[in-house]
Design a protein around this ligand. Structure first.
Ligand SMILES: [Zn+2]
Ligand SMILES: [Zn+2]
Length: 335
């Protein structure tokens, strides 16, 4: 069916989608332009500019990674409970500030009302599907009880390795170009790793035991990002192990950590962007992943990597993809 999106363009959307979506971006959703056979240089430049030259998730996490590695990382030369405890409290504070702050701004104080909000519904209450029958409390519980400890565990492993000299590090002067490019490669690696872990998580038995916890959220909020069963959180963060082999600066490692732990609060926020005085100040949601939460068997990866496109699991928001996805859902259910 054809209808006008928020920008006023006429697009083909899935049946019933207009009732589901309060807002949706321009469709079809573009995939990373970097892997096109004939990349259009302007599109690639624009894509880079939006991701890396403005205030974005990526640039915020780079700045935070340098700040934390310089000023808020205790030495783990002697593995003390106090140092590990400090790291845990630091991470707890970070997720409360980012996920809690966004939740308060967008969902409690409703500072931008329904503007740019994908799903028209509120967070679920009194719903037996969720722990404590409450979506926000459920999401906070799984994020704080499992997400933050497992995230801290990976950090302890890395920094203990660095501080005892077992893990090689990279300095800016060693190779300035690679030092900068490495931040972008981390996102590519994250997209590669996430796609394959995610496909595994969708195997029926694994899905039932673990991944279904994350998928309770069809309508997502900032706390949904890290709301996962520990059997999902462990492999989800395992892409960080690459830093034990490939020499990195602690800021590279922490950037990777924040792309996995804090960025999901933005990408699951349920809103396309943060508006301040009616201007888009920070890109938030990924409609690409929002479609995964709604239609399940599609968009396992991230828009940075072309896997979904190549393996025909890409849902760009239009009718035809919804039908293909429903066929895949039926096949998975029959297993
Ligand atoms: Zn999934
Ligand atoms: Zn998700």
């Amino acid at each position: 069916m054809k209808m006008k999106n928020a920008e006023g363009d006429e697009v083909l959307v899935a049946e019933g989608q207009s009732r589901i979506w309060n807002y949706f971006p321009n469709l079809p959703i573009p995939n990373s332009p970097v892997f096109h056979l004939r990349p259009r240089s302007l599109f690639v430049l624009n894509w880079f500019r939006r991701g890396w030259m403005t205030v974005s998730g990526a640039t915020l996490w780079v700045a935070l990674a340098f700040a934390i590695s310089n000023w808020f990382q205790p030495s783990l030369t002697d593995l003390s409970l106090q140092a590990v405890g400090l790291m845990f409290l630091r991470n707890l504070a970070l997720i409360v500030i980012v996920a809690g702050g966004l939740h308060a701004w967008l969902w409690v104080m409703r500072c931008q009302g329904d503007k740019l909000k994908y799903d028209s519904r509120a967070m679920a209450r009194n719903n037996g599907k969720f722990t404590f029958r409450n979506q926000v409390l459920d999401n906070m519980f799984w994020s704080l009880a499992w997400g933050v400890p497992i995230w801290t565990l990976y950090e302890v492993l890395y920094f203990r390795g660095v501080d005892t000299g077992l893990v090689m590090t990279l300095k800016f002067n060693d190779n300035p170009i690679w030092f900068i490019l490495f931040f972008w490669f981390i996102l590519l690696w994250k997209g590669f790793h996430f796609y394959w872990v995610h496909r595994l998580l969708h195997q029926p038995l694994y899905y039932r035991i673990a991944h279904s916890v994350h998928h309770r959220n069809i309508n997502t909020g900032p706390w949904s990002g890290l709301s996962m069963h520990p059997l999902e959180t462990l492999p989800y963060f395992s892409g960080l192990l690459i830093h034990l082999i490939v020499p990195s600066h602690p800021a590279h490692f922490l950037f990777h950590v924040y792309a996995l732990s804090l960025n999901p609060a933005l990408s699951h926020s349920g809103f396309d962007a943060l508006l301040i005085s009616d201007k888009r100040r920070l890109e938030l949601g990924e409609f690409f992943h929002q479609l995964h939460h709604r239609y399940f068997e599609c968009n396992y990866g991230t828009p940075e990597m072309p896997w979904d496109k190549w393996f025909l699991t890409y849902h760009d928001g239009i009718d035809k993809n919804t039908r293909n996805t429903r066929d895949r859902n039926k096949k998975m259910d029959a297993k």
